[in-house]
Write a protein of this length. Structure first.
Lengths: 791, 154
């Protein structure tokens, strides 16, 4: 491998930018296929209603309307599947009701699709919505998980008693944890709701289904984070079409944040219907539909207790969660509140006894699934709120309390990984390092002085800390398989060296803002010792890329990058054989560095391009070697990766209005080795804004009728430019010991650390002014903070 | 029932018969195939569809195509001069002001309006000017820096 590094670790400007800044990006809705027609949905206005009758006759007669499908037409087709099986504690299989492409009998949340209209133009399809008459019998509904499990609550599915999908437990035996809590010198307890969020990728979901009769082949263009996964789920589980007869393309995709992982009913419908009507069909979501249909995030009702001894050492943690799953199971909805959440409750602390108990609950709401961080933000929120509140209650400085409880540093090489009480083994960490770095940037001592001054002047200043860990780079297939995953979570990377020595890389990972075309090219160029311009990164097309599991869980570089590195190693190994033959040397004597194959200790060498050409024009060539220079590899990680960090928020509360002003935000993140610091910082900035959004601004609200009462940008408070300060970022690097690049992943860190940091800062400000309040409900709106100030 | 409109878009004159309900953004995207202008929300909340009409930034999902009759329109595709990037486009590239790229054309067109009226805006003034444009990727941090970069160059 190349000894010198010319790209890795540098803030190389992004190669994909050019098309986006000139308006030449190609998102799904930008594509118009020959003969393409448009579509729209009739959607349920009720959360729970019996469909007594549907009359489509008037709508069908309208100009331009080509076809209308209802639930009866697709009754024989399977529903969209769930990709993770979580069983009841007693071993019973989780409840897995059908999630149909169109509802035939009873709608289960507002927005549930009742009829699918296909027309020549978008306007004609929308006009026809009004002409479909549906006779509904409205039934009582329930949207809150705590209400849904009460006896007598309306049932979402008649065959799911008490609306319970599964119950699940992890960690030390409950009795041991209870005993430790009963002996604790101090117990801090919180009851709260980690509220429901709407993901709000800026590009609404969009799909085009197309069927070609001559080849009997379907093509689906989809705004997805994982084209191959969609093909697998849609072909094998829903439509029963052989995979080689389906091409799935995820072109430029305008943000995902989890919401574009899942296989949605609309994808299967446009694909299936395109064959029925013999025309390509486009469907593009309106924003109002996005609020009702794109899988939401979070929505846990939590009770959590943390016990401390008299020195402030944590002795036990008990967590009980009701996880709202929505009306159906989405692709990964069952693993988010369980295996992606409970397993992170060790946090950065040496807590010896942990028990987590989770009940998955159906409600008459939009499905809930992974949203940036997925389970890990919820776990971090529990831990960091409890530690901070515990510190306030016991009169210990929150920094001191954390330092007292941190797991000591370990590199995962000389020192072993850290075995948690909740199944995981952390790979490497230096937790006090990130906190100390954060304190330096903050100038903590000075801040506390300023805070005291502020109180004297009638102002409320607060600082909040959050020291987090996450499990990324998902995931070792055998491990997740044993935990209920119904897929492997490896990644595929193919490196095709062209005869001229230029390189095409095909990755199963997918970029929807992450910048793969740049970072992956940096890795390939450095490892081969060639200019980045000679490397092209290709992704997003199931006919071009061999296979892949896609992008989520901060896995692209740790898993997808590692697959590419495996292929690069094979390229270099074969290159050495070719070079040895041409240079008349033994293979063991050839070394590869800086793009040259050299006989050790001599100046006799051949360039990478020369070797590539020889591989394709094999005139002087080893007898037992195949021509060509093209390798594909599957990489299945050995463990998760465990990025961690320290986030610090400084806020000032306006006492007159209750408005929280986020004055500073410091993010010290350790994401292992960094390929492109500019891109990593960008990921942190965006994640912090989303996490801050949950703390102060965002939350999907349902009214008593099951209607989303803030389903537009007039009502749902997205973070805007003037809600954010400049984010002060810093990094620490503790390499991942088990993947070839030493990287851990950076996509979700910002969103995981920031929410509790901001909430803790607000609580600190309130306590500094003598308002010793245990908790406030997120989002901490001016009204909620103002009300607290009046008490 | 269609209505005839004449518009000048990025310096080119067009004449089309359009459905009276056709939104300007759909006219640009579907009829003229200028797909750099995006639709993010349909209700003028996100700013992804921002273009310039007669020199002012407007949200093109708020206007009907017929309302633009006789107007001069500038979209993201019209910002290149002789193949060279506009300082704002350069700024977004240099300062990593975009990730998924979906909000970017609208951001750039809004920023262009700001810099026309306030060539050296403060950070607060930039943040205020961007209130009508949503970005979910960047936390706005590098968008601010991109606009500051352009303000220096322009």
């Amino acid at each position: 491998m190349s000894a010198t590094t010319s790209y890795i670790g540098k803030s190389v400007k992004r190669v994909e930018d050019k098309r986006f800044i000139t308006g030449k990006g190609t998102y799904t809705d930008d594509i118009i296929l020959p003969g393409m027609v448009h579509s729209a949905f009739v959607r349920s206005p009720h959360a729970n209603a019996k469909i007594k009758k549907i009359d489509i006759s008037k709508a069908k007669a309208l100009p331009g309307v080509l076809a209308i499908f209802t639930g009866a037409d697709v009754a024989a087709i399977n529903g969209v599947p769930c990709g993770w099986q979580v069983n009841f504690k007693n071993g019973d299989t989780m409840k897995e009701p059908k999630h149909p492409l169109l509802v035939a009998d009873r709608t289960k949340h507002v927005g549930d699709p009742v009829a699918f209209i296909i027309a020549n133009t978008r306007e004609q399809a929308k006009d026809a919505i009004e002409a479909v008459t549906v006779d509904y019998e409205k039934l009582p509904s329930v949207t809150n998980a705590a209400e849904a499990v009460k006896p007598g609550a309306p049932l979402v599915h008649d065959d799911v008693p008490n609306n319970i999908c599964f119950d699940w437990e992890l960690g030390n035996p409950k009795t041991e944890v209870e005993e430790a809590l009963s002996k604790a010198a101090h117990v801090t307890k919180l009851d709260f709701i980690n509220q429901r969020l709407a993901p709000n990728a800026m590009e609404p979901r969009s799909y085009i289904g197309s069927y070609d009769t001559t080849s009997d082949k379907y093509t689906l263009y989809t705004s997805t984070q994982n084209p191959h996964l969609i093909r697998l789920l849609m072909c094998a589980f829903v439509l029963g079409i052989p995979e080689h007869k389906v091409r799935v393309v995820g072109p430029d995709v305008g943000g995902g944040f989890g919401s574009k992982i899942y296989h949605y009913t609309e994808e299967a419908l446009v694909t299936w219907c395109s064959r029925q009507i013999g025309r390509p069909i486009k469907w593009t979501s309106e924003r109002a539909e996005s609020f009702l249909l794109d899988a939401h995030g979070r929505d846990n009702v939590t009770t959590a207790e943390m016990g401390f001894d008299k020195e402030g050492k944590i002795v036990a943690l008990r967590v009980k969660n009701l996880a709202n799953l929505g009306a159906y199971l989405s692709t990964f909805s069952t693993c988010v509140p369980t295996y992606l959440h409970g397993t992170l409750l060790q946090g950065l602390y040496t807590t010896p006894k942990i028990n987590v108990d989770v009940t998955g609950v159906f409600t008459h709401t939009t499905v809930v699934d992974a949203y940036r961080g997925a389970g890990r933000p919820e776990a971090t929120y529990i831990l960091e709120r409890l530690v901070e509140l515990g510190a306030h209650e016991m009169g210990i400085d929150p920094v001191e309390l954390r330092l007292k409880n941190f797991i000591p540093p370990f590199d995962g090489v000389k020192q072993p990984g850290y075995q948690t009480q909740v199944a995981l083994q952390y790979d490497s960490g230096n937790y006090e390092g990130v906190l100390k770095k954060g304190l330096e940037i903050l100038d903590y001592k000075n801040f506390r002085r300023e805070q005291q001054e502020a109180v004297k002047n009638g102002k409320l200043l607060g600082v909040g800390f959050s020291t987090y860990i996450e499990a990324c780079g998902i995931a070792p297939s055998a491990v997740v398989g044993s935990l209920g995953a119904r897929a492997g979570l490896y990644e595929v990377g193919q490196v095709r060296v062209q005869p001229t020595g230029k390189v095409s890389v095909f990755t199963g990972s997918h970029s929807h803002g992450q910048g793969h075309e740049t970072t992956f090219a940096q890795v390939v160029a450095d490892k081969l010792g060639i200019p980045m311009e000679d490397v092209d990164i290709i992704h997003g097309d199931s006919d071009t890329v061999a296979f892949g599991m896609g992008t989520y869980g901060s896995r692209s570089l740790a898993v997808g990058g590692s697959a590419i590195v495996k292929s690069l190693e094979k390229i270099i190994e074969k290159g050495k054989k070719i070079a040895a033959h041409k240079l008349e040397a033994s293979e063991q004597d050839i070394e590869f560095a800086d793009g040259k194959f050299t006989i050790k200790g001599t100046t006799k060498s051949l360039g990478f391009a020369e070797i590539a050409l020889t591989a394709y024009v094999p005139h002087v060539y080893p007898a037992d070697l195949e021509p060509g220079l093209d390798f594909s590899s599957f990489y299945d990680p050995k463990n998760f990766t465990y990025p961690f960090g320290c986030h610090i928020a400084v806020v000032e509360i306006d006492k007159e209005t209750g408005k929280v002003n986020l004055k500073r935000f410091i993010a010290v993140d350790d994401v292992g080795k960094v390929i492109n610091p500019m891109i990593v910082e960008g990921q942190i900035h965006g994640g912090v804004a989303q996490g801050m959004g949950q703390a102060l601004l965002e939350g999907v609200e349902y009214d008593e009728d099951g209607q989303v009462s803030n389903g537009s940008y007039m009502d749902y408070c997205m973070p805007r430019a003037d809600d954010m300060p400049m984010v002060e970022t810093a990094s620490q690097i503790t390499p991942c010991p088990h993947n070839p690049l030493g990287v851990k992943g950076a996509g979700e860190a910002g969103c995981i650390g920031s929410t509790p940091a901001v909430v803790n800062a607000v609580m600190d400000a309130l306590w500094s002014g003598g308002k010793k309040i245990k908790d406030l409900r997120m989002p901490l709106t001016p009204e909620r903070v103002w009300t607290a100030l009046q008490q | 029932m269609n209505v005839k409109i004449k518009v000048k878009v990025n310096g080119v004159e067009y004449s089309h018969d359009v459905e009276p309900r056709l939104l300007l953004v759909h006219y640009l995207r579907d009829t003229l195939r200028l797909t750099g202008t995006h639709v993010g929300c349909d209700t003028s909340g996100c700013g992804a569809c921002t273009i310039h009409v007669n020199g002012k930034a407007v949200k093109s999902c708020t206007l009907l195509a017929v309302q633009a009759d006789g107007c001069e329109i500038l979209t993201i595709e019209g910002l290149l001069t002789n193949g060279l990037l506009h300082p704002l486009q350069e700024g977004f590239h240099q300062e990593h002001g975009l990730q998924c790229g979906y909000c970017t054309p609208g951001m750039i067109m809004t920023a262009l309006d700001l810099l026309k009226n306030n060539p050296k805006p403060s950070e607060d003034e930039i943040r205020h000017a961007l209130e009508g444009n949503l970005c979910r990727c960047t936390g706005y941090h590098n968008i601010i820096k991109s606009i500051q970069y352009a303000a220096e160059k322009m």
